[in-house]
Write a protein that binds this ligand. Structure first.
Ligand SMILES: Cc1cc2nc3c(=O)[nH]c(=O)nc-3n(C[C@H](O)[C@H](O)[C@H](O)COP(=O)(O)O)c2cc1C
Length: 497
């Protein structure tokens, strides 16, 4: 909803959201799991599905997930290894979404243990049965998300099988299963292009990976020939990534630097997020807020604390389980979302990071205090920038990572790094540039077995080069080559899918 809030109503209809991956068996077996992950109606979602109950639902019974006006189009994604479980779970969600997606990309250790996600990719018979059961039995389409395999030819055969089972859309994450966490490296768009060129023209393909900024989307579409792009980390870091370039006329929401770079201010986006939580999740009015600070304001007003009537603990208490834990998926996700959104600011203001880390689920007053601290920090950043000379700008434009992902570009002598191109002041929404494996290895955040470490360190820079020009996206010239078993990855680097 935050991402949609940056889009016009017509663009919002072209924007497709996916639910987080839900575990199909838990979804049907455990009412608590269901309630804490998917809330299409205010009452608990009954299992088995009850068509009578469904037909009696009023508009006011609907909550957020798949809401016809707020959250469509929406695909609900599952992981599964039993066609029956997947079908039963899919039947439960189909009234509230536009398609059901099967995640065949999750690379996490837990997916290996539970036998789902990318760990099914060798079991084509099972994948066929999972997809085909939904294709034959559901009222809405089934789609699938895959990772690329070791060769483009094998990936093509795999894609053909998934499509022959009945998948209506194929999302292709251009990384292999072992490319995760600090070993993510770059997605290989050339494999997606190969699929485009060799699958029937009418096949709908979504490309995923390497989308850092809005400029990368058109580049990805033209390079891969895909029908759409999917973004995860880029969208979490900058929820405006799918929107048009911001209108710089309003400096209170959008910042524009002396070099012409512009983006949304973090205090503005944080406010927008909080207001959605109040209005749509808790059903209370958002606090009346003072204007965002702008240098030149004659008397910058102190931010008034929010109206205490809007304290959710006083008005509309969120649902809790028997142990008193808040179940709302929207409140549970706040901390993680804010870590992704505020990352550049938190790197500089570590006391705010520490407070965010301590914030308890549903403690909206604590989040309001954090918001005021973020507003103060942004104000300080803006004043510092105004006072800095052109040469001094770099002090305010600290890179948001230690990544150096540049390589020689024969056409353009001005070698630029991904981090430099995406670099914004720390108070502006921006992509996080994950270090490439070689850099992560040098920094100690990635550990490899001896054999693979030597291989990686010996590799010439050209072998893992990224060429990033303004308006262009990173291109992986040579995929990394090491075995999953040899890579030990810090937990914080793991993502799902
Ligand atoms: C925090 C986080 C959660 C994710 N959860 C899912 C998920 O539930 N299902 C899925 O298919 N992919 C998931 N992914 C993976 C992304 O969909 C995507 O394949 C991957 O991050 C590469 O794309 P990106 O470069 O746009 O982030 C997740 C990624 C992140 C960062």
């Amino acid at each position: 909803m935050l991402t949609r809030s940056f889009l016009s109503p017509s663009s919002s209809k072209k924007f497709l959201a996916y639910s987080p991956m839900l575990h199909a068996r838990l979804f049907i077996e455990d009412p608590k799991y269901r309630a804490s992950h998917f809330e299409p109606i205010r009452a608990p979602l009954p299992y088995p599905p009850d068509p009578v109950h469904q037909s009696l639902l009023q508009k006011s019974d609907l909550h957020l997930d798949g809401h016809p006006e707020k959250d469509r189009p929406l695909f609900v994604q599952f992981c599964a290894n039993s066609p029956d479980d997947l079908f039963n779970a899919a039947q439960l969600v189909q009234p509230y979404c536009d398609a059901v997606d099967l995640n065949l990309g999750c690379p996490q250790a837990i997916a290996k243990r539970g036998y789902y996600g990318s760990y099914l990719q060798e079991d084509w018979d099972l994948i066929y049965r999972l997809i085909n059961k939904l294709h034959k039995g559901l009222d809405i389409p089934v789609t699938a998300k895959i990772r690329i395999l070791e060769t483009r030819e094998k990936t093509l055969d795999y894609a053909r099988m998934v499509l022959s089972a009945g998948a209506s859309i194929l999302t292709v994450h251009g990384r292999q299963r072992h490319q995760k966490g600090h070993n993510s490296g770059l997605a290989d768009w050339t494999v997606i292009r190969y699929l485009r060129d060799n699958l029937p023209r009418e096949t709908v393909i979504f490309a995923n990976g390497n989308i850092l900024r809005r400029e990368d989307m058109a580049d990805c579409m033209s390079t891969t020939g895909a029908d759409a792009v999917m973004s995860a980390e880029g969208n979490l870091a900058d929820p405006s990534i799918f929107a048009e370039f911001p209108d710089v006329a309003d400096g209170r929401e959008v910042w524009k630097g002396r070099d012409g770079k512009c983006g949304y201010r973090l205090d503005f986006v944080f406010r927008k997020y909080m207001d959605i939580i109040y209005r749509d999740v808790l059903g209370v009015p958002a606090p009346v807020r003072t204007q965002l600070y702008l240098p030149g304001d004659v008397t910058p007003q102190d931010q008034a604390p929010p109206d205490s009537q809007n304290n959710p603990s006083a008005s509309q208490a969120p649902k809790r389980d028997r142990r008193g834990r808040i179940m709302s998926p929207n409140l549970v996700s706040m901390q993680g979302h804010l870590f992704s959104l505020l990352r550049p600011l938190l790197t500089k203001h570590t006391h705010i990071r520490d407070l965010l880390a301590k914030s308890r689920v549903g403690d909206l007053l604590a989040y309001e205090s954090l918001l005021r601290m973020v507003e103060e920090a942004v104000k300080e950043g803006l004043i510092g920038y105004e006072n800095s000379t052109a040469e001094g700008q770099s002090d305010n434009l600290e890179r948001n990572t230690g990544a150096t992902t540049s390589g020689p570009n024969e056409k353009d002598n001005t070698q630029r790094t991904a981090a430099e191109i995406c670099k914004m002041p720390w108070w502006i929404c921006q992509a996080y540039i994950r270090p490439l494996p070689q850099e992560a290895l040098e920094k100690g955040s990635l550990t490899l077995g001896k054999k693979h470490k030597n291989k990686l360190l010996e590799s010439k820079p050209e072998e893992t080069v990224v060429i990033l020009q303004p308006g262009n996206s990173p291109q992986c010239h040579e995929p990394m080559d090491h075995e999953a078993e040899d890579v030990r990855i810090n937990k914080e680097g793991l993502v799902c899918g």
